[in-house]
Design a protein around this ligand. Sequence first.
Ligand SMILES: Cc1ncc(COP(=O)(O)O)c(C=O)c1O
Length: 501
Amino acid sequence: MMIRQEIAPCQSPEPIVYAMQPKSDSITRRLTSPTDPITHAGEIALRYTLGETQTPVAAYQLPNELESQLDLTICKEGESTDQVMRALEELANATPRSTSTRFCNQLFSGSDPIATAADMLVPVINTSLYTFKAAGPMAMIERIIIAKMAGLLGFNGSPNKPEGIFTPGGSISNLVAMLIARNETCPTLRNEGSQGKRIICYASADAHYSIIKNAGILGMGRQNVRQIPTDNTGAMNLSILHQTVHDDLDAGHLPSMIIATAGTTVRGAFDSIDQIIPIAREFGVWVHVDACFGGAASLSPTHRHLLNGVELADSVAWNPHKVMGVPLSAATLITRKSGYLSKNFDETADYLFQGDDDALNPGTRSIQCGRRNDALKVWAAWKHHGDIGYRDRIDHLMSIAQYAASGIKAHDALILSCKPTYVNVCFEVVGKSSRAICDLLRERNELLVGHAEVDGRRVIRIPFVNGAITTDDADEMLELILNAAQTLPAGDNAITSAPNC
Ligand SMILES: Cc1ncc(COP(=O)(O)O)c(C=O)c1O
């Protein structure tokens, strides 16, 4: 219901007439020239997209084969536009096609034409999202998307308004959140250091690897991330979490942050945020939700419950480049209350920040100085699909995952590794190695799919994140997997039988 209420009536503003017209002669000449690289790039993009029907997965080639086949060298003498454009097209065609429905190796897949078109304009406009002076209305676009996402997370009820920032990726969103949490729970840290205290972070054993990496980057110590075991759904075990925080306090350490994952990378599990919040409040620690993957569940009233409690979290990371299907990178970090970003990232630079309301100077809140405009594609896609389009996308992908899981459960040769809570489906083929199956499918150019560990077993993981995927595609994928498995010998440590969950 919340989503419907937010739909604002569309208005058509008066077109803006600019006082200064560009000197157009040279630009017109460039754009109408048959060798114009921008026009050429559009044609390559079109051919590349149409080529997907013939080659859904780029031909598998070893690095040395690619090197000898492609024109990758940079010479002393420059080459003509045509030569470079030809080399670019060959390079594109040899790259694994992440836009295809046969790419289910990562948590991004597919191609949203509107978002892609908007993103193609980004380098043409070539602004930097740090000041209103440089970015003009693009700084407003970023704010609009952040406000929309904050609303879906339930942050708008906060008396102290939420705020947020686009980052170069989800790992960096988590880094920003961990830095804020560390500084908030250890106020002496930024200037005097931690004064001998060990700053502790808690995350599930299934949390994304960026959490441990970030603890190293932030000087907290990788070993000070407590990897809390998960239950059989892949969610953090909360009684172990509670006990561990308690024990750390007793040991004189400084519990600093609990990182809940909403949509774990492999199983797609959701930690129970609403039960984590009271534990965090009891011990006075920050709650960050890594919803890079699962934030999109908030787009569907049917699945919003997976994120229950997120409205009380201190910060959330959410990547539109995953389940919302916009091109990489589109990643955000949103805090429930404002002020934390500028407190930790603002610095004096009078050569850059020259007036205007800091609300429209995102550089005062970002880890970077120059910043690519990643908000534009999200804005264009959302404007095109609307809230309803995104709701339908999530509902569709969730239903495809359930459909595939039922197919796996019903098949004698397949074993479902865990009941899917989100869009990921993990399973094994009886008697066969998951790794060998994935490798063979890649070599055959049939399907790019990954393997991962679930409860100590190597399983095949299909994330259904490509909005174009149908039940027929899901059937075809399982068929390809079974066909490949049939040609393989019995695998070492392969599953023979197990209760299908
Ligand atoms: C749960 C989770 N968090 C964070 C990330 C990192 O996001 P990015 O690849 O944008 O750095 C991922 C990536 O898959 C993820 O699954």
